[in-house]
Design a protein around this ligand. Sequence first.
Ligand code: HEC
Length: 119
Amino acid sequence: MKIFGLALPVLILFAAGSVARAAGPDLAEAKDNYMTFCVKCHGATGQGNGPAAATLHTKPRNYTDCALMAKIPDDTLFKAIKDGGASVGLSPEMPSWSKGFDDDEIRGLVAYVRTFCKK
Ligand code: HEC
């Protein structure tokens, strides 16, 4: 029964993973990624005022502006992160992250960016 002893925990982990996935994006992981890779331009509060923003030609938008954010669909945010700003007609200073994050992680980042607008 050695095999069973190993297989069962693996199965449970796998099932737990699927449940977490079905529950939507992992916001804690997304926050980690944002604070590591995005904060220098977009700022810790999402207002587009990170320390590197001053050197950019186009300042990142203010994600706390709910009226503005309501006009931008998730698909556009997703594409901007995955393929870079230029792919959605924005500044090419927004890099493409397709090599850094998989689609689930990018969906997480989209959800995290949305949290800056507090209604
Ligand atoms: C080098 C600075 C820089 C870094 C690093 C950066 N961004 Fe950007 N980002 C920008 C700029 C500049 C824009 C374009 C703003 C514009 O043209 O209005 C932008 C645009 C975006 C947009 C498009 C939405 C919109 O309409 O404003 C999203 C979403 C976004 N960034 C998310 C992220 C995420 C998530 C990360 C980290 C994985 C990240 N950015 C890293 C500078 C950066």
